[in-house]
Design a protein around this ligand. Sequence first.
Ligand code: SAM
Length: 242
Amino acid sequence: MNKSTAALPKAWRFLNYIYLLMGLLALAGGIWVAFEVQLKMTGGEGSSEREARAPLGSGLMFDAVAKHYDRMNKLMSLGLDQSWRWFLIEGLELQEGDKVLDLATGTADVAVLAAEAFLARNWTGGQVWGIDPSAGMLRIGEEKIAAKGLGSVVRLTLGDAQAMGEVASDSVDKISMSFGIRNVEDRLSALKEMARVLKKSPASRVGILEFQLPQAGPLRWVAEFMVRRGARADAEKGRRGG
Ligand SMILES: C[S@@+](CC[C@H](N)C(=O)[O-])C[C@H]1O[C@@H](n2cnc3c(N)ncnc32)[C@H](O)[C@@H]1O
């Protein structure tokens, strides 16, 4: 073996270290961006002054992250978020012709899944109405609905789960809400509104999908870290009178 070929593996190893270092830096950067977006989504530290002062139901906070929301969801759930939404849809036990109200619809993932569930079974007459206070999130939802040709089944409007004057009493068969109840300040009002608009029938269902703290392991540490940061930001906001 001559000198130049003997040196080759060393150079390769060095290059591998460089690649590994670059990979780790990219991963750390990705996780940092995800944290910042998540903190904005929960109204914590890192939100701008204007967003921090916005009432939770106003939609301003989610307008600020709407562009990145779907990507962050995939990243932070390791691609599992859509399967969790499927569980929610299954729990609704949809029937032909159901009127579904998707609260905090955001970028309309649940609304789209409900519509696709109707179409997959060749059911007609089913309708999905998505409501959310964030125009930015709804805009992305509209694009999704148009791209999938679901405009005749799904409609999205601006609205607040705490006061749904636009939804008639006893008019919907199923209500869904995924990752939204935590953003509602007055949950009792939202629950009362759900009870008002839901048809009083044994087939009616309300499905609320939400996270809970992991019970153990590294995910629990990450969650606790984020909750503590969020709580500190809330306390700070309170001190400032926001
Ligand atoms: C984390 S996102 C969830 C979006 C979507 N449901 C999903 O599964 O990805 C929370 C959504 O709740 C909405 N939201 C905040 N306050 C609300 C309220 N009072 N009533 C209805 N939706 C609200 C936000 O605008 C945001 O789009």
